[in-house]
Write a protein that binds this ligand. Sequence first.
Ligand code: BTN
Length: 240
Amino acid sequence: MDNLISLEEVDSTNNYLKAHCELSDGTAVTARVQTAGKGRRGHSWADNGGMLPLSILLKDPPECETLTARVGLAVCAAIAEMYEIPPDIGIKWPNDVIISSHKVCGILCESMRFGASTAVICGIGINISQDENYFRDAGLPNAGSLLTLTGFAPERGSLLEAVVREVRNRAAKPFADCLDEYKRKLLNLGKSVKILGADGERAAEAVDVAPNGYLICRGENGIFEVGSGEVSVRGLNGYI
Ligand code: BTN
């Protein structure tokens, strides 16, 4: 595959691309082991070798705001390609990839100015082959791997290539072309949710997705929209 850097070990594939944002548009970096992976909202992202860390550098991608949702769809499509009978794969807004109510992939998109342009680094961590003990011992009851959730761990290289291809394709496509697909996959729609933000928690119902990827909610004071940078969403009585 073109423009793919494979490292033995790295602190964070996102950090690697941040330090090398002169690389060309679409460059992907992966590592056999990631030692200091970063998650959304300041969390860490653990790896015992069973997780596939991957970051893709995009230069001045159109519609930055919706990129994170499009990357979620790309991961869903790539995982589905690995199976003769694909599992039911959904998205927890904005882009957690979910199988059987468990998070199998997290996505962290970070953007930075690079001269006159914007570089966006799409970081993707897919749990491929960790076992149930791993998630129990790590205190991650809502997480799982493709192995624990489908009984099959796809080959790392094939999954990696499929994800990079799908992300590069979808980064070039308008969100309007995949908004319906995104809504069909979104597990939160029509559900009661808790919006967890810097200023606390608020209850609402997730009712729709705006053309800019924001989640449209109905709360006690009416309709409002939330963007992925600000908040995390949970089900009222559980994870989804
Ligand atoms: C989340 O919190 O759900 C996002 C997790 C993103 C993890 C991936 S692993 C590859 C890339 N490098 C990082 O440091 N983080 C992302």
